[in-house]
Design a binder for this molecule. Sequence first.
Ligand code: SF4
Ligand code: SF4
Length: 403
Amino acid sequence: MTTELTSLKEHYLRCVRCGQCRSVCPVFEEIGNETATPRGKVFLAHMLAGGELKADAEVARKLSLCLLCQACTKECPSAVPVHKIITAARCRLAREISNPLQKLVFREIWARPSLLNISTRLFRGCQDLGLTGLGRSLGLLPPALDLAGRLPRRPARCYIREITKAEGAPKMRVGYFLGCTTNLLFPNVARSTVAVLSRLGCEVVTPRDLKCCGLPQEENGQIDAAETLEKFNFAAFQRQGVDAVVTDCASCFAALKESIAFKGMEIMDLSSLLNDLLAGREIKKSSGTTTYHDPCHLAKAQGITAAPRQLLDRTCAAFIEMPGANNCCGSGGTFSLYHYDTSMDILDKKISSIKETGAEVVATCCPSCTMQIRHGLLKNGLNISVEHPVEILAQSLGISFKA
Ligand code: SF4
Ligand code: SF4
């Protein structure tokens, strides 16, 4: 949850400019410019808060050069919450600089499922007619559009009922937070989550009226819009009387965990819950040699690294750890849209690490990372699939879906 920039003063004043954060910042590693360092951005935020720096487009550009990966926050010996300071500074900038496009996208379209659905259908229609390909080849459309890949025909919503009964005696009534990206781009991840939870004895509630988790709004400075969405989603689950809320998206998970609106409701990591539900059960290995990429929102933000690996150990014939599994893939939510070239430079390192393992499958728990890594593998002509651990588990349990 974002806080007012000036209220973080005691935190940014703790920065002693030691520079330790420079060594872990993937953006600085590519750009090599002091303002791109975590401490440089903390300093900019400090000056902005004190009025020594005017809010303008150049300051906004410099503060947009951050993946919010939290590597610096984890590394800082003075415990400076760099990512929180940068997020708060972006909120301040969004209030002081008019950016109608950002408002339209994050407040109007992304915050309304019906408009988001229409936009996605239009995009899919353009793909079908070859317009996006033509626009790209003529250089009229940005390369970041390729990240979405070929959109599925239907969103997950079309396949998932509001209440999915447990197979056998219900062990718990779990709320499923279906995030926007999973819904629109990865319907089989959502279908796997619901089917697997139901198979393992959970009644799954997927409220019809869920909206975006609020993270894209928060990352882009639209904090009041993010808070409205969080309250709305909390009320949707509260009406259903669920025991806990679970999600298959690392970013949605971090957003719900850190949301003030969701305080008092148990938010569970999907892999941890599945490991518990699978205790004592032998299952078939369904995936070949597999490696795992740690999403920043799960590993650095929430400290969850073991549970997805334990789940993969149950379902994969062989698991190989990749070098730098915990390093950011360069997606950073919307970062890859704003800074495509830098994002691709960061991604190249991740692709080299994946290649080094010789794995046939890369597993990860975040739809943004999946898009990014899939894009990098395709660009490099590598025939390696990217799957969510829950999709692999679904295969192990003999669950499959018709298109
Ligand atoms: S590591 Fe922490 S104290 Fe050192 S420069 Fe970076 S933010 Fe400042
Ligand atoms: S959050 Fe990540 S990208 Fe942003 S300044 Fe810190 S290390 Fe760099």
